[in-house]
Design a binder for this molecule. Structure first.
Ligand code: MTE
Length: 305
């Protein structure tokens, strides 16, 4: 995002990635065995049954093709088309998510454990990128609060830090201070809208969208949605995020979608929804104000941007 590019990108500028069709190469722990010819058939992970969430927006979802070929995942390349073409650089199985820090019951979760967390729901969320475009994505996931409850946060825990997978041998070097880290206040993390996604469009998450597990916080700019998370850490002090380190005047800790607080280099008043021609007015908290404004009562959102 520090790399200069036009704030608004026309849908017609999206580069299609033919390689997208490889996206169903998500293996359940059997990848290397299968490659070695030891297994007759490669097992594909499937999502367990899930329900439709009352938290879903009624907006029409963005095309699956756009959502999976126009990505920000800098570990897999800084161009929007790169992540879909570099999916071989991240192996989403087997996977372990460690939840640690100021909790009574630190624990490691295998992906299979995560898929058992409830309620597993499809939630159609509006997503607004800090760069000025937006999408509507049918995620499948469970509330982060369900996971946090299992580890029992201690009274001194006030923030939650998210650390993404990073392998310097296969992933981008430079650009950001790796691994990619993000953070939320504990009450934001426990908010019912905050989702850990394991799927989208009814299928497991494609690598380029953050397989096997990513954060989705629909009232914040898209960069708060850490992809391919390996560690969730409960801490006392506000964590420094990868984007705050890279551009402290441009990316704040809160990063709530706010049409009244411009990015230093461009306005945040409008957005172009991918697939549409006319710009839309950006909504306060991305249209989720009724549910989340109370988290910020009394705060100066220009200062805490
Ligand atoms: N997570 C990691 N690990 N690395 C990244 O570069 N980019 C962020 C966020 N999560 C990013 C990340 C940004 S800038 C955006 S806008 C969203 O992922 C994009 O998510 P999408 O590609 O699924 O739309």
């Amino acid at each position: 995002m520090l790399i200069r590019r036009p704030a608004d990108i026309q849908p017609s500028e999206i580069t299609p990635a033919e390689i997208y069709h490889q996206r169903r190469s998500f293996m359940v722990g059997a990848g290397s065995l299968a490659l070695a010819g030891l297994l007759p058939q490669q097992a594909e992970a499937a999502l367990p049954a899930y329900t439709r969430s009352p938290y879903s927006a009624s907006d029409n979802p963005t095309s699956q093709r756009a959502a999976t070929t126009y990505n920000n995942f800098y570990e897999l390349g800084t161009d929007k088309a790169d992540p879909a073409q570099n999916t071989h650089r991240l192996k989403p199985a087997p996977w372990t998510l460690r939840v640690e820090g100021l909790v009574n019951k630190p624990r490691s979760f295998a992906l299979e454990d995560l898929l058992r967390l409830t309620p597993l729901e499809e939630r159609i969320y509006r997503m607004r990128c800090v760069e000025g475009w937006s999408m509507v994505i049918p995620w499948v996931g469970f509330p982060l609060a369900s996971l946090l409850k299992l580890v029992e946060p201690q009274g001194s825990a006030r923030y939650v830090e998210f650390v993404s997978h990073y392998d310097r041998n296969t992933m981008t070097r430079g650009v950001l201070d790796w691994p990619y880290t993000e953070g939320l206040r504990l009450d934001e993390a426990q908010h019912p809208l905050t989702l850990l996604a394991v799927g989208m469009y009814g299928d497991v998450l494609p690598v380029q969208n953050g397989a096997p597990v990513r954060l989705v916080v629909p009232w914040k700019y898209g960069f708060k949605g850490s992809k391919s998370i390996v560690t969730i850490r409960l801490v006392e002090k506000q964590p420094l995020t990868a984007w705050m380190k890279a551009g402290p005047t441009e990316y704040g800790f809160y990063s709530n979608v706010n049409p009244e607080v411009d990015h230093p280099r461009w306005s945040q008043a409008t957005e172009r929804r991918i697939g549409e021609f006319t710009k839309r007015r950006t909504q306060m908290f991305n249209g989720y104000a009724d549910q989340v404004a109370g988290l910020y009562t009394g705060m100066d959102l220009r200062r805490y941007f």
